[in-house]
Design a protein around this ligand. Structure first.
Ligand SMILES: Cc1ncc(COP(=O)(O)O)c(C=O)c1O
Length: 409
């Protein structure tokens, strides 16, 4: 994180954003683009979005909505058609049955998170976030006046939170536990068996609510069965917010539609926040999301298979490099590999790699490959590769990483 200084003599920013950083991922992306503009053959493995295009049936649904003149404000929490589509999706995929007033559609899952924390956190309330984590979580919690409580999860435990770690972290101020499965950045996912002990802990702490970010739900590999807590522990449903969106599954990051199902009072409070920020999500994007959620779903399998073959390529190649150790992720389109074995090695020009940040910086400057250091997700020394890029680019990138590492001494 690059902290804001807030020092400009004429401009004074609000205290609430002084500690909010500009994401390291964006900083790396900007440097990669700068090098590209200078003619360097940079391959970017930093971005967190699918390389696929939005499917045609979804685009056409949006075009039809434009033609029908659906260009006005919609109902605050989503059009009746979208809410119906979300109900269908939750019932079909997750065996979760929500009434219309238990659902909210927002401008991306990110706005859902923002609404939820803004609507519920009092100063001093704590939100438990297992790490490595998507750093926006902690920043959103802080912006909403809460305190992020980070629990490091080890590679040995598959980067998954353990019940005893959760039990220790809960205090009387704990308001939420935030879980993300499959995870950005590790790709780790919770099976039924992995979830249950955590949910058992929550059953003993009635003041703690659970927010699950399921945005990578459809990107899971082999025989892994995706499950979500409200589905497997109905006793927690009255204090669980199940968050999802169309960005990753349907390659719709720019359309900005996320949604959630949860208890009526919470959804109502979230809608108050939304009413004074964006009102409703884009009417055209909502029409597109209806088609995404209720149209043909076979594209999800095809794309998942494509991601899986790329995951296998990346994991196998990285593990063949001396000094790198890459666990096999259950889902999402990221690998989160340890570069511990490379720390303290020297480049041919004599520079010592003393952190994952150094490793990633030098990889970009010397091999024109952009990846993100684990430090950006709260855990070192690791690096995240987003393999949502073409196989030929991935092969070239992996070759360069391998050559770069082989030249270290
Ligand atoms: C874990 C996670 N949750 C949520 C989001 C944001 O999703 P949306 O595009 O719906 O705001 C992202 C985007 O990178 C993500 O990685």
């Amino acid at each position: 994180m690059t902290k804001n200084s807030g020092n400009d003599s004429k401009f004074q920013m609000a205290h609430r954003i002084l500690d909010i950083g500009v994401s390291e991922i964006l900083v790396i992306g900007a440097r990669a683009k700068e090098l590209k503009a200078q003619g360097r053959p940079v391959i970017e493995l930093g971005a967190g979005e699918p390389d696929f295009d939005t499917p045609d049936n979804i685009k056409n649904a949006a075009i039809e909505a434009i033609k029908r003149g659906e260009s006005k404000y919609t109902a605050l929490t989503g059009t009746p058609a979208l809410k119906k589509a979300i109900q269908i999706k939750f019932a079909r995929d997750n065996d979760l049955h929500f009434d219309s007033n238990q659902i909210i559609a927002s401008t991306g899952a990110k706005q859902v998170l923002f609404n939820a924390f803004m609507a519920t956190l009092q100063a001093g309330d704590e939100v438990i976030i297992p790490t490595p984590y998507w750093t926006s979580y902690a920043d959103i919690v802080s912006l909403c006046g809460g305190i992020p409580v980070l629990i490091p999860c080890s590679a040995e435990n598959g980067f998954r939170l353990q019940a005893d770690e959760l039990e220790k972290a809960i205090t009387e101020n704990t308001k939420w536990l935030l879980l993300n499965s499959p995870s950005n950045p590790t790709g780790a996912a919770y099976s039924r068996e992995a979830y249950q002990p955590i949910l058992d802990v929550l059953l003993d702490h009635e003041q703690v609510w659970l927010l699950t970010d399921d945005i990578y739900e459809h990107i899971v590999y082999n025989d892994f069965e995706f499950v979500t807590p409200a589905q497997i522990e109905p006793k927690l449903k009255s204090r669980t917010l199940t968050v999802n969106g169309v960005s990753k599954a349907y390659a719709m990051t720019g359309w900005r539609i996320g949604y959630a199902g949860g208890p009526v009072k919470l959804i109502k409070a979230m809608s108050v926040i939304q009413s004074q920020s964006t009102s409703c999500p884009s009417s055209i994007s909502q029409a597109a999301a209806v088609e995404a959620l209720t149209g043909p779903q076979d594209i999800l399998m095809e794309r998942r298979d494509s991601f899986q073959s790329r995951r296998d390529l990346v994991v196998d190649t990285l593990n063949a490099i001396d000094g790198i150790n890459c666990p096999v992720p259950e889902g999402a389109f990221y690998t989160f590999a340890s570069c511990e074995g490379i720390i303290n090695r020297k480049t041919p020009s004599g520079e010592v790699i003393s952190s994952d940040r150094d490793f990633c910086r030098l990889l970009l400057e010397e091999a024109s490959i952009s990846v993100v250091p684990g430090s950006a997700f709260g855990v070192s020394p690791f690096f995240r590769i987003s393999y949502a890029t073409s196989k030929s680019e991935l092969e070239e990138a992996l070759k360069r990483i391998s050559t770069f590492v082989s030249q270290l001494s």
